[in-house]
Design a protein around this ligand. Sequence first.
Ligand code: LMG
Ligand code: NDP
Ligand code: PMR
Length: 398
Amino acid sequence: MALQAASLVPSAFSMPKEGKCSAFSKDSSLFGVSFPDYLKADFSCSGRCKREFKQRAGTVRSQIVATTTPAINRAAPEGKKTLRQGSVVVTGASSGLGLATAKALAETGKWHVIMACRDFLKAERAAKSAGIPKENYTIMHLDLASLDSVRQFVDNFRRSGRPLDVLVCNAAVYLPTAKEPTFTAEGFELSVGTNHLGHFLLSRLLLDDLQKSDYPSRRLIIVGSITGNTNTLAGNVPPKANLGDLRGLSGGLNGLNSSAMIDGGDFDGAKAYKDSKVCNMLCMQEFHRRYHEDTGITFASLYPGCIATTGLFREHIPLFRLLFPPFQKYITKGYVSEEEAGKRLAQVVADPSLTKSGVYWSWNKDSASFENQLSQEASDAEKARKVWEVSEKLVGMA
Ligand code: LMG
Ligand code: NDP
Ligand code: PMR
């Protein structure tokens, strides 16, 4: 009676092990270093991409029939149950972790990946050069720095007729060298506005769609990070995450009549990013507390390892971009390749053994997953409730 579920990786990768939180994750992987996006040549796409997009749009329509059938079909001969192709939305799938995850999932043939990206042509080019099978992905426009765009994405996604089985909130910006804050369309500081508030609205709206899915394991995954957790060495590198009493967030993070920082302090781009990751991890837990029991949806977060080669560091100074990968590989041993990190996130999406809700996953030196401990602030239930309530007001849901 076992379901033919979408396990992606060998069983050695899917054995959850309890483990203590360790600042040095001792991942010894040295392989798979790929060029960061910012080093790759640019190119422009003309009529051909558009034609292919239209062709794929045709595929989308023709697959509606298939995807609206019950998630488990009885295959004729032995009466074994088979699982229909899962449908997963991955934000920020045009580079780094999101792209590697989309590839890992699409390659199994068991998933159709909706790549929710702000730059359609970049995403198309990335999917092609990664060799993602074209029948297993669809690119849809989403700019998380605009709440209108988030709403539009939700409308477009619903119009596509696809079910939503898993949502992965992965996209992020990191602005470590910015001297002054920049802002989203609604005037929120850009890092928290994109990484947290855009995703907060997206996941609140799409929760309904997840609930409607008949897939056996529906999941909402919000990517977190070690640097937002002050119970680790990495989380103690200044500036440290700290949401304080949320006075800046309550004031709208607009840098005019309120601070651009959640805690009300002076702008610091690196801190804003780390604070946004704390919000991501707090909201995952708040989702779990509010909705897991009633809906059965699995809510999870993760630290995939230090993927030192991604586009996340595109705004950092060149010296940092040069030294950071060897530093993480040879000194902290926290380095992980984009490919390996993609497999990890794909496990959280699809592995039948990772259905526990409210968990922050990490991986040990053998690349086995374990439930990690969050810092005191990132596991503070009262703070999570406040972040949730203030964020609801900011995105117009309360
Ligand atoms: C913040 O500063 C700013 O406040 C904030 O505004 C924002 O800009 C943010 O990230 C952006 O940065 C944080 C940070 C900046 O400050 C610190 O971390 C303070 C400490 C800086 C110390 C720098 C020297 C690091 C040396 C590493 C030692 C590790 C342990 C030694 C063990 C030795 C064992 C043999 O700091 C920086 O930006 C500096 C960048 C540091 C990251 C890269 C460090 C590279 C170190 C050299 C690695 C060489 C690797 C080659 C391979 C060697 C193989 C043996
Ligand atoms: P990348 O910069 O490679 O990927 C980030 C993605 O987010 C890109 O696709 C980017 O789009 C997209 N994005 C940025 N802004 C928006 C927006 N306004 N709307 C829609 N999409 C947007 O970084 P990573 O792959 O490293 O980061 C992915 C996740 O992993 C993040 O949540 C990050 O916090 C997390 N993480 C990363 C670690 C690392 O070491 N790299 C460690 C721990 C966590 P575009 O391509 O158009 O720029
Ligand atoms: Mg960190 C102990 C291991 C460790 C790990 C796993 C990370 C991950 N870092 C570690 C240690 C250190 N870092 C040490 C000792 C230093 C001082 C030299 C250091 C510095 C450092 C900087 C300047 N690290 C950084 C930066 C960044 O700009 C990155 C950042 O904070 O982005 C928000 C970063 C990171 N270190 C990590 C990881 C995963 C990051 C990047 C991104 C993220 O959290 O999403």
